[in-house]
Design a protein around this ligand. Structure first.
Ligand code: PLP
Length: 352
C-alpha cells in the first residue's frame, strides 16, 4: 500500500493540490467549456498561449492527449514522425501515434533525449511517392528519460530550420518546459515559439491535480478542438480545474528552482554512498537517475527497502532508479530520504 508515502519521489505527479489551490478551485467562475463559455478556462488558454508564444491554446485533460491531438492534427495515416528513441510518445502513451493517428515513428538514438540538427538531417526524406512523408519532428523539453536535460533554444531553432527543408513541422512536448525555463533563465517561448505546436503540463511540477494546455496557431487549435470532441476530451464546467492551473502559474513556477536545488542535493548525497552511481551528472533540473548495481541490492529491492522508511523511488530496471523532486518534498524531506538510503545500505552491508 503506497497511498500515503511521506517522501514520494517516484514522480513530480505525486503532488496534492495545496489549500491555496483548492480555495482557488472552489471560487472559480465557470461555464460550459464545450461552448467556449467557461471564463476561467478561456483565461488559462489565453495565458498559456501567450506564455508559449502562440495565437491560441486549448485545455485538455492530460499531456498524453496533448501529444496525441498534436500528432493527429499534424499527421495523416502513413506519415512519419522523427523522435528520440526514449521519448514519452514512444515509451509511455499506449502507442497512440500508431493506433489512433496511423503514423510511423523513426527513432534517433540519444544519450539524454537530445539530438542535433546534424543528426536529424540524414533522416529527413525528400518527397518521393514510395517513401513515407516525413511530417513531424517531436522534441521533449525537458527530456524525461534523459534525466531532465534541457534543450537550448538554439538547438531547437536549428532543428526547426532543418525540418522545414522537407516541409516537416516540429512539435514540442513541454511537459516540463517551465523547469527548462527556470533552469536556463530563458522564457518558455524561446523554446516553444519556433515550433509549430507545444504544450505544458499542469499536473507535473506545477502541482495541479489534472490538465495540460496545448498551444498553436488559430487554425491548428481549431482542428485540435475537433479532435478534443472526437476523443471525448471536451468538458463542461472545467473552470474548476483551469483555476488550479492559473493558481499554479501564479504561485508555483519560481519554486521549480527549489526542486532543482533539491535534486542536486539529493544527487550529491546519493553519489557519496558506496556502490551508488549517478547517471545524469550534472543534474540539470528535477530528475535524478542512479544505478545501484554496486550496492549488492537490485533496484526493486533497494526501492522496497527505502519504502519501509517512508521514501519512494521508482525502479526503472534491475539496477536503475529514478527520483523526481517536486513541491511536496522540501529540503528536510530530501535529507530524510538520504538518511533512509544510508540506513538501508548500512543494514545491507552489515548483513553481508
Ligand atoms: C508526463 C509526461 C507526459 C504525459 O503527461 P500526462 O499529463 O501525464 O498525460 C508526456 N510527456 C512527458 C515528457 C511527460 O513527462
Amino acid at each position: 500500500m503506497v497511498a500515503d508515502v511521506p517522501i514520494d519521489l517516484i514522480s513530480d505527479t505525486s503532488t496534492r493540490p495545496s489549500e491555496g489551490m483548492r480555495a482557488a478551485m472552489a471560487r472559480a467562475d465557470v461555464g460550459d467549456e464545450q461552448r467556449g463559455e467557461d471564463p476561467t478556462v478561456n483565461r488559462l488558454c489565453e495565458r498559456v498561449a501567450e506564455l508559449l508564444g502562440y495565437e491560441a491554446a486549448v485545455f485538455l485533460p492530460s499531456g498524453i492527449m496533448s501529444n496525441l491531438i498534436a500528432i493527429l492534427v499534424h499527421c495523416r495515416p502513413g506519415d512519419e514522425i522523427i523522435a528520440a528513441r526514449n521519448t514519452h510518445i514512444i515509451t509511455s502513451e499506449g502507442a497512440g501515434a500508431a493506433a489512433i493517428a496511423g503514423a510511423m515513428i523513426t527513432t534517433i538514438e540519444t544519450a539524454d533525449g537530445r539530438f542535433t540538427a546534424d543528426e536529424l538531417k540524414p533522416l529527413l526524406r525528400p518527397a518521393r511517392p514510395r517513401a513515407p512523408r516525413t511530417r513531424l519532428v517531436s522534441l521533449e523539453q525537458t527530456s524525461n528519460k534523459g534525466g531532465g536535460a534541457v534543450w537550448s533554444s538554439k538547438a531547437i531553432s536549428d532543428i526547426v530550420a532543418a525540418a522545414s527543408t522537407v516541409g516537416a513541422a516540429v512539435h514540442l512536448d513541454g511537459a516540463r518546459i517551465l523547469n527548462a525555463a527556470v533552469a536556463s533563465g530563458e522564457p518558455p517561448a524561446a523554446f516553444s515559439g519556433p515550433c509549430d505546436s507545444a504544450w505544458l503540463d499542469l499536473s507535473k511540477g506545477l502541482g495541479c491535480p489534472i490538465g495540460s494546455v496545448l498551444a498553436g496557431s488559430r487554425d491548428f487549435i481549431e482542428e485540435a478542438w475537433t479532435w478534443k470532441h472526437r476523443l471525448g476530451g471536451a468538458m463542461r464546467q472545467s473552470g474548476v480545474l483551469a483555476a488550479a492551473g492559473l493558481y499554479a502559474l501564479e504561485h508555483n513556477v519560481e519554486g521549480l528552482a527549489d526542486d532543482h536545488d533539491n535534486a542536486r542535493h539529493l544527487a550529491a548525497g546519493l553519489a557519496a554512498c558506496e556502490g551508488v552511481r549517478l547517471i545524469n551528472d550534472p543534474i540539470e533540473t528535477n530528475i535524478v537517475y542512479f544505478d545501484v548495481a554496486g550496492t549488492g541490492l537490485s533496484a526493486p529491492a533497494f526501492a522496497a527497502r527505502v519504502l519501509e522508511h517512508g521514501v519512494r523511488f521508482g525502479a526503472q530496471t534491475e539496477s536503475l532508479l529514478r527520483a523526481v523532486t517536486h513541491l511536496d518534498v522540501d529540503r528536510a524531506g530530501i535529507d530524510k530520504a538520504l538518511d533512509a538510503v544510508r540506513t538501508v545500505l548500512t543494514t545491507h552491508a552489515t548483513k553481508r
